[in-house]
Design a protein around this ligand. Structure first.
Ligand SMILES: [Zn+2]
Ligand SMILES: [Zn+2]
Length: 283
């Protein structure tokens, strides 16, 4: 939770549009054998603008793209029945993630986190008592709040409920769970942040996106391999590799020097060295 699972950031940070023409063009361009690119038509899946999408095989791979942006790759099973079964499995998972959730469907902790998100509160503890009804463990409430801030596209209840529907692990966090990490003040800006990687306290979500390299250019780290390991940094202006950041693992956020690198289990962390005296992790 202390880092993001990072893939090569796209130029505009948006998913390319999922259209038959656009995907065919991309797959033909990427395939070892362009002649293998073929759409696997599934009328119901293709027509469902909410949870559906498009499926293709290319080389020996089955790629399923949801109109909403998520995608799934697997080894092409090679026959029509098994391809359709894979598409239908993907479709069901998308329908589940897109199911409507109401405030009444989520726990007191989630409702308080949503109230904090809408109020842009520093923490759950800042809310008036009626907005954090039922929350007895403030640390857990703040943990849910920080994760929700990370997942929700907008600071609104609608957006938060959509993020919760799509993420069972966050939705099921409840009263009897201990937060796996206590929150700490972001070492750059002081907002709530989660996580520690080695001796580094992670920066918050807002700061995570503000890194610049030694030459003052915005940079982002990503994992070199599809497995989410290895570390490289690119300049966001022209996509060139930033040799300095890649080599030294240092960036600056609002003038504060931070460490950046591959997290323990993949992903990319950005943090500032913790001092034992102030550590919330009790070294
Ligand atoms: Zn921050
Ligand atoms: Zn640079």
């Amino acid at each position: 939770m202390s880092y993001r699972r990072a893939v090569v950031p796209t130029m505009n940070n948006q998913n390319p549009e999922v259209t038959r023409e656009g995907i065919t063009e991309r797959l033909v361009c990427k395939a070892d054998d362009p002649a293998t690119v073929e759409e696997i038509v599934h009328a119901g899946f293709n027509a469902d603008s909410h949870s559906g999408g498009l499926a293709f095989v290319s080389d020996r791979r089955l790629s399923i793209f949801a109109y909403g942006g998520s995608l799934d790759y697997s080894v092409d099973p090679g026959n029509r029945d098994d391809r359709v079964a894979a598409i239908e499995g993907f479709w069901r998972r998308q329908q589940y993630k897109n199911r409507p959730l109401a405030l009444a469907d989520v726990s007191d902790y989630h409702r308080a986190a949503i109230a904090a998100l809408e109020a842009d509160a520093a923490g759950i503890d800042e809310l008036p008592a009626q907005d954090r009804y039922g929350v007895t463990d403030i640390a857990l409430g703040n943990y849910v709040y920080v994760l929700l801030r990370r997942r929700a596209a907008e600071p609104t209840a609608d957006s938060a409920l959509r993020a919760l529907a799509a993420d069972d692990s966050l939705l099921n966090l409840g009263e009897n769970d201990r937060p796996p990490y206590p929150c700490h003040p972001c070492p750059v800006c002081g907002r709530l942040a989660i996580g520690r990687v080695w001796q580094y306290l992670s920066v918050c979500e807002d700061c995570y996106d503000k890194s610049i390299c030694e030459n003052g250019r915005p940079v982002a780290g990503y994992n070199e391999s599809w497995l989410g390991t290895g570390f490289k940094a690119v300049h966001l202006d022209d996509r060139s590799t930033c040799e300095q950041t890649t080599r030294e693992g240092r960036v600056w956020i609002d003038g504060i020097e931070c460490a950046i690198g591959e997290a323990k289990f993949g992903g990319v962390y950005i943090g500032v060295e913790d001092t034992p005296a102030s550590s919330p992790y009790g070294e």
